[in-house]
Design a protein around this ligand. Structure first.
Ligand code: SAM
Length: 330
């Protein structure tokens, strides 16, 4: 969804952008090209291997591209550490990169036999092997139900606990298959449980909610936030946060009068979710589940005066960068 990303981020010449999920830097490169001359990109990526790939790919952009190996749950701190705010646009392209899926030893796919790992960042201590082999049956069932929406979660958890230790992806996929009584449709019976364990080990949903709120804080007035999610659990969080943040009242529907004094900090760019074109799905079948949502930063009464000054300066910086590039071009 490269065109949709650059269009919805409304990339400006000389603008300042953040890619919170840099991966192999396909989107990052497109953003830098579209904002050239003078555009800047701060890329955040949890996986050190992907960071290396991204840095090599963006080498020709020199100091315009800064890629940091960090978690986007620290977005605000990262921006403060690099004096990189307010910004014109922020992108989240959630989930796994093709690099991670193709690295057989990372344990993300049960198509390859590998240790039970699935960490985005190999420096993190907790692995899927720890969850599977040390968590209680009730906790494993909760994870598989909550993050995999798997109705056979209790049966699967019981079988896991009765079979452990379980060391590899093939072993785990086999245990899950036995627990649910073999394969039924086209989807492998372990698909939902593997998704659930990956979400749990990387704290994906908690990190997403925290980072979305921080992203709104870091956007300059008129700046754009674009989020691409790949499953309904992620999309539900994105939809809820964007709806709350674009509303002037978040009181429960039962409340007869507004008591919350909430102020909208964004407006939705599209009412409906954006999905990839049939041509893109044909070319890249993995894109079929992609859901894109976009929002634009408003200046709200609840912004602190410091924030307002920052937002005003961001707008001014954008205009200046545009004027400078126009002078350079002429
Ligand atoms: C779908 S890929 C991004 C692909 C990228 N847009 C491209 O064009 O190549 C998602 C990336 O986000 C990274 N990621 C996921 N959660 C993260 C987090 N909390 N902090 C930083 N990076 C994260 C993953 O490691 C993965 O490389």
């Amino acid at each position: 969804m490269l065109d949709e990303v650059t269009r919805n981020l409304r990339i400006e010449t000389g603008g300042r952008y953040i890619d919170c999920t840099t991966g192999a830097a396909g989107h990052a490169e497109a953003i830098l090209n579209a904002s050239s001359p003078g555009g800047q990109l701060l890329g955040i990526e949890a996986d050190p291997h992907a960071v290396k790939v991204a840095r090599e790919r963006l080498e020709s952009f020199g100091s315009s591209a800064l890629i940091v190996n960090d978690n986007f749950s620290r977005l605000e701190d990262i921006c403060l550490e690099h004096n990189y705010f307010p910004v014109h646009g922020i992108l989240f392209d959630l989930g796994l990169s093709s690099i991670q899926l193709s690295e057989a030893g990372r344990g993300f796919s049960f198509q390859n036999d590998a240790p039970l790992d699935m960490r985005f960042n190999p420096d993190q201590e907790l692995t899927v092997a720890d969850i599977v082999n040390h968590y209680s049956e009730a906790e494993i069932a909760r994870i598989i139900y909550k993050y995999g929406e798997e109705h056979a979660s209790r049966r699967i958890a019981r079988k896991i606990v009765n079979t452990r230790p379980i060391k590899t992806t093939f072993e785990l996929a086999g245990v899950i298959e036995k627990a649910v009584g073999g394969r039924k449709g086209r989807i492998h019976p372990a698909t939902r449980s593997f998704q659930a364990l990956r979400i749990a080990v990387n704290h994906e949903l908690e990190n997403l909610e925290t980072a979305l709120r921080q992203a709104i804080n870091m956007l300059g007035y008129g700046g754009r936030l674009v989020v691409i999610s790949y499953h309904s659990l992620e999309d539900r969080i994105v939809k809820r946060v964007l709806q709350e943040e674009s509303s002037n009242c978040i009181c429960p529907p039962s409340s007869p009068v507004c008591l919350c004094n909430h102020q909208a900090r964004i407006k939705l760019v599209n009412r409906k979710v954006i999905t990839p074109s049939p041509e893109e799905v044909k070319q890249n079948p993995r894109s079929r589940s992609a859901r894109m949502r976009a929002a634009e930063r408003l200046m709200s009464a609840s912004d602190s005066s410091l924030n307002k000054a920052g937002l005003f300066l961001a707008g001014l910086t954008g205009c200046l960068a545009e004027a400078m590039s126009a002078i350079n071009l002429n």
